[in-house]
Design a protein around this ligand. Sequence first.
Ligand SMILES: [Cu+2]
Length: 137
Amino acid sequence: MIVIAAVLLAACQQETAKMTQDTPPQNEAPTQTVTVPEVTSQAPAAAPMQAVQLIEYSIRMPQSVTAGRQAFHVVNNGKELHSFEIEGNGVHARLPSDLSAGSESHLDVELKPGTYTVYCPVKGHKERGMTTTLTVQ
Ligand SMILES: [Cu+2]
């Protein structure tokens, strides 16, 4: 009797699982409609994503990007604390907080054509090689 009840329950749960699998698309649709305008207002032109890797002691990233809004996706692949700062042509932006090993963050910057200096602002790291030049075209 318990077995049957369990089987019935399992069958019932499967049915519920199927139901919930079928349901999300319908549920997601209104949520997406609500979310999209919010995202759009934050990133008007869907800024291109630039991957940045921080290690001891260098910064791996594209040497040139196109002008406009750029989204830097910064990952600390090193063992020490690192950060990401970009400076030039009146722009001076930095990650809101330093990144511990393995963590990542984003920095959105509006860049005009020109040359920018990118470096790790953690003490002594720039001098050890965590600096590079970014050309914006
Ligand atoms: Cu560093």
